[in-house]
Design a protein around this ligand. Structure first.
Ligand code: PMP
Length: 425
C-alpha cells in the first residue's frame, strides 16, 4: 500500500520506509533490550549513545566545526521564534555589560545605567521578511519586546513591497535596510534573522546572502537562520551562522524534536537572570534557554532523536564522501523535473514565484482557474498523488519535494502534470 502512495505533504513529510520499519521495531523492543525507545530514560547510557551518534551524523553531513553545539529542543520552529529573541537579546545585554565594565571598572551602578541607556537607544533586531514564517518570527519578536515600550524590530526587508504586496521574490540586497555593524553607538543589531526556505510561499534563498558575509575589520554580524524546511538538503558554510534551527518534521525526522546548531561562545555567554532583570529584560524561560537545555535539563524525545539519526546515517550511507552535496544534487534534479514541465505548459500552470528564488523544497504553482485547479487535485488523488493542496493562506498547489520523496514519485507527478496539461491545452 505504502508503495502506491506518492506523498508531497509540506510537513509532516514522508520518511524513508526502511527508517520507519526499523523504527516500528525499535519502538517496541530496541536492540533486543526488551524495552522500546520511547520508554527509556533520556539519561541512560543507551540514550547518551543515541544523542552522540545523532550529533555525529549531523556533524559529518554538514561539516559542522568544533565551535558549534547541536541542541535537541522542544517547541518546534515556532518555539525557536521566541527562543531566538530571548537568548540573543540576553547575549546582547551581556556583551554591553562586559563592554561597560571594561570602561567603568567595578562601578556596578554606572554599568547598569549605561546598559539600560544603551538598551533603549540602541537595541535592534534585524529581520528579512521573505514569506509567512519569517513574518511570523518578526511579529513574535515585536510582541515579546513590546512591554519594553519600544519597537526594537527592524524589518530590513519586506519582500512584499517590491512584488505587488505578495511574497514570491527577493529584492536585490542593496535595497535591504540592514543595521550596519557598528551603528547604534557600536551596538549594531543583536542579530539578523532570515528564513532560508519559506514553506508556505515556496521562496528559497538561492545561497547565503552576500551582504551578511563579514566584511574586513567589521564588528561581527550574528546571523540566525530558520532552516525548518530545507535542512540537510544542500551544502552550507556553518561558520556563516551564529544559529541555525529547524523542526525535524520535514527533512530530518518526525514531529517532536527541533534541532539547533548554535555557536558555543553564545551558549557560554548567555547570562544568569539577575543582571538581565535589573536591566529590565527577561532572562530566557528555562525551556527556551539554549545554555540550560543543552545540559539535559528536561526529558528529551529519544525515539525522535534516534529517527533523526537514522535518516542522517541513511544519507551518509547513500552519498558517501559527497555527504550533503550528494543530496543537494538529487534535490535539485527532482525540483528541476517538476519546474521544467510547469514552465513548458504556461497555458495550464503558473509557478507563483520569481525564477531566481523558486524553492527546491516547496514547489508552488497555480492551475489556470479555480475549477481546473480543483479538477487537477481530484485527478491527482485518483493517481494516489497526495498532499498537493497549497497552504490554506495562499491556495494553489504545493508539491513538497523533501529529501525522502523518491525520484520515482517525482516522476509519477511529472507524468501526471504532462498528461493533465495535454488534456487541458
Ligand atoms: N519555520 C518554517 C520554515 C516552517 O515551515 C514551519 C512549519 N511548517 C515553522 C517554522 C514552524 O514550525 P513548527 O510547526 O515546528 O512550530
Amino acid at each position: 500500500r505504502r508503495e502506491e502512495v506518492a506523498y508531497f505533504g509540506a510537513g509532516p513529510a514522508p520518511l524513508p520506509t526502511p527508517v520507519l520499519e526499523k523504527g516500528a521495531a525499535a519502538f517496541v523492543n530496541y536492540e533486543d533490550s526488551g524495552l522500546g525507545l520511547a520508554e527509556i530514560s533520556h539519561r541512560s547510557s543507551t540514550a547518551t549513545r543515541i544523542l552522540d551518534e545523532t550529533k555525529k551524523a549531523l556533524i559529518s553531513l554538514l561539516d559542522i566545526p568544533d565551535n558549534y553545539e547541536i541542541l535537541f529542543l522542544h517547541g518546534g520552529g515556532s518555539g525557536e521564534f521566541s527562543a531566538v529573541v530571548f537568548n540573543m537579546v540576553a547575549l546582547w545585554v551581556e556583551k554591553r555589560r562586559r563592554r561597560a565594565k571594561e570602561e567603568l571598572g567595578d562601578n556596578d551602578e554606572a554599568i547598569l545605567l549605561r546598559v539600560r541607556e544603551e538598551l533603549t537607544s540602541s537595541l535592534r533586531l534585524d529581520y528579512l521578511v521573505t514569506g509567512s514564517w519569517s513574518l511570523k518570527a518578526s511579529q513574535e519578536a515585536a510582541q515579546l519586546l513590546e512591554p519594553l515600550g519600544q519597537d526594537f524590530v527592524n524589518v530590513a526587508l519586506d519582500a512584499r513591497e517590491a512584488n505587488d504586496g505578495k511574497f514570491g521574490a527577493i529584492p536585490p540586497e542593496d535595497t535591504w535596510e540592514l543595521t550596519p555593524p557598528g551603528a547604534n553607538a557600536g551596538c549594531g543589531s543583536a542579530f539578523v534573522y532570515y528564513c532560508d526556505n519559506e514553506t508556505v510561499d515556496g521562496v528559497e534563498f538561492p545561497s547565503f546572502p552576500k551582504s551578511l558575509e563579514p566584511q574586513a575589520g567589521e564588528d561581527e554580524r550574528l546571523v540566525v537562520a530558520d532552516m525548518s524546511s530545507n535542512f540537510i538538503s544542500r551544502q552550507i558554510r556553518i561558520s556563516d551562522y551564529a544559529v541555525i534551527f529547524g523542526g525535524a518534521q520535514k527533512n530530518i525526522g518526525i514531529t517532536d524534536v527541533t534541532l539547533a546548531i548554535v555557536r558555543k561562545d553564545i551558549l557560554t555567554t548567555i547570562p544568569s537572570p539577575s543582571f538581565l532583570h535589573k536591566v529590565g529584560v527577561w532572562s530566557p524561560p528555562t525551556i527556551l534557554n539554549w545554555s540550560v537545555i543543552n545540559s539535559l535539563y528536561n526529558t528529551m524525545p529519544i525515539f525522535s532523536i534516534w529517527i533523526a539519526g537514522e535518516v542522517m546515517r541513511g544519507l551518509l550511507a547513500a552519498h558517501g564522501t559527497s555527504k550533503v552535496a550528494g543530496q543537494e544534487a538529487i534535490s535539485n534534479a527532482k525540483a528541476e523535473t517538476i519546474y521544467r514541465i510547469l514552465d513548458a505548459n504556461p497555458q495550464v500552470y503558473q509557478p507563483v514565484n520569481h525564477k531566481s528564488v523558486r524553492s527546491r523544497m516547496n514547489i508552488c504553482f497555480r492551475v489556470k482557474d479555480a475549477a481546473t485547479e480543483k479538477e487537477f487535485l481530484e485527478g491527482a488523488e485518483i493517481r494516489m498523488l497526495q498532499g498537493l493542496k497549497g497552504h490554506r493562506s495562499v491556495g494553489g498547489i504545493r508539491a513538497s519535494n523533501y529529501n525522502a520523496v523518491p525520484m520515482a514519485n517525482v516522476q509519477k507527478l511529472a507524468e501526471y502534470l504532462s498528461d493533465f496539461a495535454r488534456a487541458k491545452s
